[in-house]
Design a protein around this ligand. Structure first.
Ligand code: VGL
Ligand code: ZN
Length: 197
């Protein structure tokens, strides 16, 4: 089975010094680069928001980063402004190899967030990644990147639900860990049939 490495959101804003820094986010760059040659295909995702995106706390009066809000598609965490299109923060970490086969951007619609590489947060709007992988005959996925409990989590669960064979390499992921979100994400991934190693 053709096997792809899916590298989730290894961008400056999710690394130390960035707007939504994930502790140790930069530590996974070298291990991910080292894994790339072992795969038939490498796909990188890039969180790619317009300014004033609806997932930013700054777009909601009276809200602070990490507060919750209710969106038409359900509850949504509000984030610091991050990964704004065309900014340094949205660029990949400068040490990351970006010579993979596909870069897929997500979260570019103003009124909807997209944690998953497959579907936006309404869980119905596709990003197109499923079609790309299937038409290339890719059935097995290994996922790494940032953050374990948000974009890696939702990407892995969606991929498993779509019928891909999914492994998450926890050593090449780092978490935000908001109020137990890492433990909850691990349980949800396992329950969906994702292998955590
Ligand atoms: C992410 C929060 C907001 C992630 C993206 O990549 O996990 N988290 N946008
Ligand atoms: Zn985002």
């Amino acid at each position: 089975m053709t096997h792809a490495l899916i590298v989730i959101d290894v961008q400056n804003d999710f690394c130390p010094g960035g707007a939504l820094a994930v502790p140790g986010g930069d530590e996974i760059v070298a291990p991910i680069n080292a894994m790339m040659p072992d795969f038939d295909a490498v796909v990188l995702t890039q969180d790619w928001h317009p300014a004033q995106h609806s997932s930013f706390a700054s777009s909601h009066t009276g809200k602070s980063p990490y507060d919750m809000t209710e969106m038409p598609y359900g509850p949504q965490v509000l984030w610091p402004d991050h990964c704004v299109q065309g900014t340094k923060g949205a660029e990949f970490h400068p040490g990351l190899r970006t010579d993979g086969d596909l870069i897929i951007r997500k979260g570019f619609r103003g009124t909807i967030d997209s944690y998953s590489a497959f579907f936006e947060n309404d869980q119905t709007t596709p990003t197109g990644l499923e079609g790309y992988l299937r038409t290339r005959g890719i059935g097995t996925l290994t996922m790494v990147g940032l953050a374990t409990d948000f974009c890696v989590h939702f990407s892995a669960v969606d991929a498993a639900r779509l019928g891909f064979d999914v492994t998450v390499r926890m050593g090449a992921c780092r978490a935000i860990d908001l109020e137990g979100s890492l433990v909850a994400a691990q349980a949800a991934m396992r329950e969906s049939g994702v292998t955590l190693v």
